[in-house]
Design a protein around this ligand. Structure first.
Ligand code: GUN
Length: 284
């Protein structure tokens, strides 16, 4: 079997077109959706992500605030900035790019973001709402994965899904989104025993390790006809790659996401969608 390609570029474009229309509609009722991004430090990968978020927002007619702060910025200063953005009626969405420098308590910062402006879906409130099947603002990367599966009409009910990632950004929110859709979900991580055996049972593999020296998804770990969603980005000889040995796994899977051009573009598209949702919620 040779897998069909799940194109994040196509699906992200589709989402962005819908967002653009929603932005125009909000503007006719006097609301200009506005996303504030906050970047602390000079990590080049984080700067690239924030640049893309800013650029995409502008393309869709979303107003932006762009806070870039030195790596020495203090925790109490960052808390004050988040409070300022919480209280700014013109700002609808707040995104604090992660990871933050080591001297800042990430949880303390995220926990200060108003749940109404939590376009990253990472506050404890949003996480609890997601667990209850009630969230309006859900984490962007897992929402992007779900959007891809739905766009290509990949069935989830009763399917065995194995996720390799247990983070608040990816693995944990995916558990609740997939359970909501009646999938059977297994979460694996660095301490999981005999990962290949678990993977070979999976109808759908969602992998997000991002370190090819520690883990590569090889063809012999994939059941014939399985769906492979590769959330990771790492570099091999300077070239972007995911966790999967793409060309070999493609010969066995039924569907596969490429890297780049798979999940990556979806994360930004879903952030834009969340920003419009937050603006609509604040409108009431
Ligand atoms: N760092 C990597 N992915 C993300 C994300 O989705 N949101 C934030 N805030 N930081 C990230």
């Amino acid at each position: 079997m040779v897998a069909q390609i799940i194109s994040g570029l196509t699906v992200a474009q589709d989402v962005k077109e819908r967002v653009k229309k929603a932005v125009e509609e909000l503007k006719t009722s006097g609301i200009i959706p506005c996303l504030a991004t906050v970047l602390v430090g000079d990590d080049p990968a984080s700067a690239t992500y924030v640049n893309s978020k800013q650029k995409t927002a502008k393309e869709l007619g979303i107003a932006t605030r762009d806070h870039r702060l030195a790596a020495t910025f203090k925790q109490h200063e960052l808390l004050e900035l988040v409070q300022l953005l919480n209280n700014d009626p013109e700002v609808h969405g707040i995104l604090v790019q992660l990871p933050l420098p080591k001297h800042i308590d990430e949880f303390a910062i995220i926990n200060t973001i108003s749940p109404l402006k939590d376009v990253d879906g990472l506050t404890p409130y949003s996480a609890g709402m997601l667990q209850n099947g009630m969230a309006l603002l859900k984490p962007c990367t897992p929402s992007g994965v779900m959007e891809l599966l739905d766009y290509y009409k990949i069935a989830l009910e009763g399917k065995d899904v194995v996720i390799i990632n247990r983070s608040n950004l990816v693995g944990k929110p995916l558990v609740f989104m997939l359970l909501e859709r009646n999938a059977t979900v297994t979460v694996c991580h660095s301490k999981t025993r005999d990962l290949p055996a678990r993977l070979r049972q999976a109808d759908i593999i969602i992998t997000a390790v991002g370190n090819r020296e520690r883990f590569t998804l090889k063809a012999d770990m994939v059941k014939e006809g399985a769906v492979v969603i590769d959330v990771a980005t790492s570099r091999i000889n300077g070239k972007l790659a995911g966790d999967a040995d793409f060309e070999a796994v493609k010969q066995k899977a039924s569907w596969i996401t490429p890297v780049p051009g798979g999940v990556g573009p979806m994360t930004i598209a879903m952030l834009m969608k969340n920003t419009v949702t937050a603006a609509s919620i604040l409108r009431g």
